[in-house]
Ligand binder design. Sequence first.
Ligand code: ADP
Length: 645
Amino acid sequence: MRADPIQRAIDEDLVRVLYAQDPIAFFSHWFSIAVLVALYWPAIPSPPLFIACFGFYAAANCAGLALWICNRRYAHLVSPRGWINLHAVRGVLLYSAPGIAIWFAFQSPQSDLPLLHTVMLVTLAAGVFMSNGFDMLNFSTAIPFLLFPSILLHFGTHTFDRTILAIVLAFFFCAINVYALSYRKLFQQVVQARVDQQYLAESLAMQKHVAEEASLAKTRFFAAASHDLRQPLHAIGLLAASLNDPAATPAQHAKTAEHIVYNVEALNQLFNQVLDLARLESGVTQVIRLHFRLSELFERVGSQYRPQAAAKGLALRIPPTSMVVHDDPVLLERVLSNLLSNAVRYTEEGAIWLGVRRAGRTTGGYIEVRDSGIGIPAEEHERIFEEFYQVANPQRDARQGHGLGLPTVKRLVGMLGGELQLRSAPGRGSVFRFPVQEGDASAIVASLNEAGARGPSAQGRQVLCIDDEPSILEGLSALLGRWGCTVRGARDEAAALAALADGFVPDAVLCDYQLANHRTGAQALTAVRSMLAHAGHEGVVTLLITGDMASAELAALALQGIPVLHKPVTAARLRRTLEMLWQQAELDKGHQGAASELPAGQSADAGSEGTVLSEENGGAQAIMPQGRVGVQVRHRPQSASQQEG
Ligand code: ADP
């Protein structure tokens, strides 16, 4: 908690306590005026001065009450500190009159008057201590006016008893100052404790609210997810049962199989969308920024969506742009793909526009995806970014999407450092836009569309598979065998190391994340890698396969650049990933060879940009460094996980 709110809370409490005593003080001062006037009445010294002094005292007392009324009625007009200062001014005016008035006692022929007046002043000083002692300013401006004139005048008489009285008064002055000091400290501690407690209670209430909201959102998420997952599962169950029907003709069987494949694909797509979101939430997705021409990215996504748009009679317009941006092309492509697919889905006539607008004189600009579609009512502008929320799909027909596109887009844009903005109204189309950073044309090392050729084939490769589940090992062996690989299966780390000790040198190691005996795939891979490195086999491709989503270890693996595939893994996805990793490994070898030929002192790491596996559908493409010697080649682990089958 910062000091300012505490100081303000202390000031507010001070104002409350200082002013709370004022009505009582008002009557006490009238009593003091009455007593003093009664004491002096028999022989008033210098009557005009006396009247002026006590008139001033009475006026200051009334002004004090007026100030109290103002504080009650117009507290908001002045800051708490201001009210404290005004109260101190009132103290100076109010206490100076009785303090200075002791001079009349020393002018009076009545010898006991100085004593009686002093008693009155000590009583008032005790009152000031009680009511103003916890504020330094109010206390230190009132007390000296009350006591100093009396101390000085008693000293000035040069008689023994008055000098003693003056000393006692001075001692009293010092004592109440010391007490007031600790009084103030105590007051501050009490207020601080109260403010801390209040702050704690408020933040607890806020956290509780956030937790409740999160729990509600989770419940909504699971309700929608389980519904959308159940639908195709249910259909697959029924269709599979109908395959057993002996009366069905081969044509009917073929149709049923087609339906099953369709539902499996729908299920797979939904799974991938949910996993994508979970990956974004869990923080394993890295942002890797490159300098690249925006037109190349537009061309790529444009070519993906132009046929769909044309099939609906829509024009997809992409004005040419020469802008170079510094952004993550893979994540940006996912954003644009989602927005364009929505634009096509929710537009029946007119056009879709994808372009970039310069942001005034500042560098960078805004990418916009516009459509002339059905538009979105203002009251839905926030909700459409919630998971599984769809404006008009009450039957939750899977063909109309699942409501996960925009939540993914919003997170991706946030990860890229921007904010997704929406302008839309029913019947007037929609505009989604977000900022992009201007890049540097001279720093472009990769052409997005000069994608690498297909990776090296799997034929003749040796693959070591580590999984504690025999059926998975069997499935993997059969699949990799069909691709022409020689496969060795291992149920655990020890068996894998034994295979290596046997002389099996793999081109790739596939490993499940959760292994038996509380071992993780990461640990097994480390052991396998180090044994291979020992035997002089560096750079063997390793790939973790996991159903785990959000563990800290996975995030750490992502940071280290260890490729991770998330279950369910399709055959095509596995194959593409392996091919890309082999391709990268070969590139790595080539670059190392080239780097070793560099003159001394020249870095092998010539740039921060490198090979990035594209995440999108059909993403076997790689963004390749262009003719740079010794360019660092990096993996994007989670991207490998996204290669769609
Ligand atoms: P999905 O499109 O799969 O339903 P999204 O999260 O992408 O899920 O979108 C959520 C909802 O926002 C959609 O159901 C749709 O109602 C609305 N929406 C998104 N984009 C557009 C658009 N371009 N035009 C009109 N409505 C849209």
